[in-house]
Ligand binder design. Sequence first.
Ligand SMILES: NC(=O)c1ccc[n+]([C@@H]2O[C@H](COP(=O)([O-])OP(=O)(O)OC[C@H]3O[C@@H](n4cnc5c(N)ncnc54)[C@H](OP(=O)(O)O)[C@@H]3O)[C@@H](O)[C@H]2O)c1
Length: 348
Amino acid sequence: MNKYRVGILGATGMVGQRFLQLLENHPQFEVTAVAASDRSQGKKYGEACTWRLFGEMPIVARTMAVQAPKPPLDCDLVFSSLPGDIARETEGSFAEAGYPVISNSSAFRMDEDVPLLIPEVNHEHLGLLERQRKRYPSGGYIVTNPNCSTIMIVMALAPLHAMFGVEATVATTLQALSGAGYPGVPSLDILDNVLPYIGGEEEKIETETVKILGRLRSDQIEHAGMKVSAQCHRVNVSDGHMAAIRVKLKREVTVDDLRDAFISYRSLPQELGLYSAPSSPIVVRNEVDRPQPKFDRDAGSGMTITIGRLQPDAVLDYRFVALSHNTIRGAAGAAILNAELLIARGVL
Ligand SMILES: NC(=O)c1ccc[n+]([C@@H]2O[C@H](COP(=O)([O-])OP(=O)(O)OC[C@H]3O[C@@H](n4cnc5c(N)ncnc54)[C@H](OP(=O)(O)O)[C@@H]3O)[C@@H](O)[C@H]2O)c1
């Protein structure tokens, strides 16, 4: 089978490196173009990129010339991990030029005609792409994945909302350093410290969650009616975001009902056998001291959410802790799974 030729915008960054690593042996995609800022343009990728992942930089990438993130690029679609402030204009220009844009950035996530996609949770939101035909007559379109913490929180809420209805949720996150990109947070700010502020993060969790868990009605999303409250903290961990989550449910259920809902959760990506889909989207740990970033972030090759500390809560109904890999399920892996779904659905 011929592989789809992929361009990566923001290829030298934390998420861009993850894209290259995850796509190295992918059966459906091959990377044919890399783009980054004018600091990197014109250099070979191996010279421009400070490789920050375990394992070696993929050999094919080393000699690729880093280009400007402007169409045309020699590829069939682009994955974007550009900073939010430049993503709107740049991603828009690729969609206008006819490219499918599979984006990690926040720029288009809340646009009414843009799917904010987690394939397990809201694959039917792809119906919004019909509306983008008017915006991009060239045939290009934009599909986004949520913020890295939102993905984890929504995946944990999805089975509960489907089975019991979630009325309200409160999430307190502990977010890894790689979530701030490279070089990210200055070391003197985070050593021996916790930062109780990540710009824009709390708002993203609160607004994105109700869009993703909303329903597609004709050609728009009716946002879910639940209340969402988030507080976000940066902690001294390399990879793996964690969230302490409390939920108020619409029905009375037992702790075993919740555990069963998490464990039995399967959806379209598992049915279709998509390449990056984990066989279990959610695992539940019963040890009192799990999940932990060091031990649980790589569950399901970084695509599985790990839940633990599940117990009744004296204020809301139940509480638990969720953990996921922020640059895999929370970023590059999420976008690649989105693209695999687009192929399976005949959109790509
Ligand atoms: N890190 C995560 O866990 C995570 C999770 C979900 C979503 N995201 C989102 O993904 C995006 C990238 O995050 P990151 O962590 O990979 O950031 P990063 O490490 O700072 O990388 C940013 C990338 O964008 C390029 N870039 C910066 N300014 C540019 C410009 N003016 N024109 C063209 N390219 C430019 C950089 O190129 P140079 O190397 O040449 O400067 C680099 O390749 C952000 O929108 C972020 O919010 C990140």
